[in-house]
Design a protein around this ligand. Structure first.
Ligand code: APR
Ligand code: PHB
Length: 399
């Protein structure tokens, strides 16, 4: 016999989307339960991109999650674009109305949110198994799971939030889903290295042998990526080969990538994916459960948080005021921003990567586009506006 209980919102997944949703709902006085099939340690160690739009930083500050972010996050007022062996700076502050981005690793945001939930006395069911959702077209959907010690639970909810990422169980519950996708013929080999970054801002480099990105995690830790084949075995990349390839793809006169001990190495596939609609009955999808962007535009986490802001507002109206109008508009409201970010991420990706067998015509188009964004203020402004966050959402003050 399962242990039965009742909550208002059942949240599947303790990634950034699920954790932020639980946090915002709690600020509105709405109870939720978060069920996660991985361990807390796994969730806190998963390496992902770490670039926050200013709107995302302001959101996190506004809801009490800004303390460590403010102390440790690194504000960047622009990026470098490199091609044909030349490095060009784009100054976002002057191209936009003073906007900027912050480097703060997703692992740290996840740690901060887990700590905040637990400090508030909330329960996050880590290491759950047999997670399932049912009755989403009734007004009492059920979230069932087996907890870490093997006890079966059935939680009766008003609403279920599917924040369970790309491989989750919630998206398949939406019937007649339209799926739009693009798999790219390359992947990113990402490393973390104990090396002080030799750049003050991120470098996006298009090299004829493939793209490379120079990012960072702190003044002592670099995060670097190399374009590789989608099925590239990590084992084919001993440390020496990685550093040599990075030095080559970032080469400019009188400058080099600073090297150090590599502490993490992994290969991530690149895809664009959008599932429509993001709601079915009382089930709402948010974040990677509904859409994926390639990391070149650094939009994934920001988009997931935008969904959650819209969802928290809609659930507040529905569950506290009995008005389901915003809930009805949820999918369309999110998809407007999702498609803009999908276009930007695809565009950045296509401009900077060299596809296997790419013909010279395409290479010339990429270089023409790169020369355009680094010489036309209007073109640079468009890149900067998208990179810093197009139409950032502001948080509705909790009641
Ligand atoms: N039951 C419970 N939890 C599940 C299940 C399941 N069946 N399937 C997946 N999960 C969990 C995953 O283990 C993960 O912790 O759901 C969580 C989903 O988290 P993310 O994949 O991080 O997705 P999301 O919260 O939407 O965050 C989006 O992730 O991919 C990046 O760039 C993206 O930064 C963005 C962020
Ligand atoms: C990162 O720091 O991991 C990062 C930054 C910018 C990107 C992608 C990843 O576009």
């Amino acid at each position: 016999m399962a242990v039965t209980s009742r909550t208002r919102v059942g949240i599947v997944g303790a990634g950034p989307a699920g954790l932020l949703l639980a946090h915002l709902l709690a600020l509105h006085g709405i109870e939720s339960v978060v069920v996660e099939n991985r361990s807390r340690e796994y969730c806190e160690a998963r390496q992902r991109a770490g670039l926050l739009e200013a709107g995302t930083v302001e959101l996190l500050r506004g809801v009490g999650l800004g303390k460590r972010l403010d102390a440790e996050g690194m504000e960047h007022g622009g990026i470098y674009l490199q091609f044909d062996g030349q490095r060009h700076h784009l100054d976002f502050r002057s191209l936009t109305d003073g906007r900027w981005v912050t480097i703060y690793a997703q692992t740290e945001i996840v740690k901060d949110m887990i700590a905040a939930r637990l400090a508030a006395g909330a329960v996050i069911e880590f290491s759950a198994s047999d997670v399932a959702v049912s009755d989403v077209t009734s007004d009492r959907p059920v979230l069932s799971y087996r907890d870490a010690s093997g006890v079966a639970h059935e939680v009766s909810c008003d609403v279920i939030a599917g924040c369970d990422g790309f491989h989750g169980i919630c998206r398949p519950l939406v019937p007649n889903l339209s799926v739009y996708e693009r798999a790219y013929p390359y992947a990113w080999l990402g490393i973390l290295a104990d090396a002080a970054p030799s750049t003050d801002e991120l470098i996006y480099s298009r090299h004829r042998d493939g793209f490379a990105l120079y990012s960072m995690r702190s003044p002592e830790v670099s995060r670097l990526y190399l374009q590789v084949a989608p099925d590239e075995p990590v084992a084919d990349w001993p440390d020496d080969r990685i550093w040599a390839e990075l030095q080559k793809r970032f080469a400019v006169d009188g400058w080099s990538v600073s090297e150090g001990t590599i502490t993490d190495k992994s290969v991530t596939a690149m895809r664009s994916f959008v599932a429509v609609p993001m709601r079915h009955g009382r089930l709402f999808l948010a974040g990677d459960a509904a859409h994926i962007v390639p990391p070149t535009g650094a939009k994934g986490l920001n988009l997931a948080f935008s969904d959650v802001i819209v969802l928290a507002g809609a659930l507040r109206a529905a569950l506290l005021d009995g008005s389901w109008e915003l809930a009805g508009a949820y999918s369309d409201m999110c998809l407007d921003r999702v498609w803009r970010a999908t276009h930007f991420s695809w565009w950045m990706t296509s401009m900077l990567h060299v596809a296997p067998g790419q013909d010279p015509f395409e290479s010339q188009l990429q270089l023409a586009q790169l020369r355009y964004v680094t010489s036309s203020r209007a073109a640079a402004k468009s890149l900067a506006e998208n990179y810093c966050g197009y139409k950032p959402l502001s948080l509705q003050a909790p009641a």
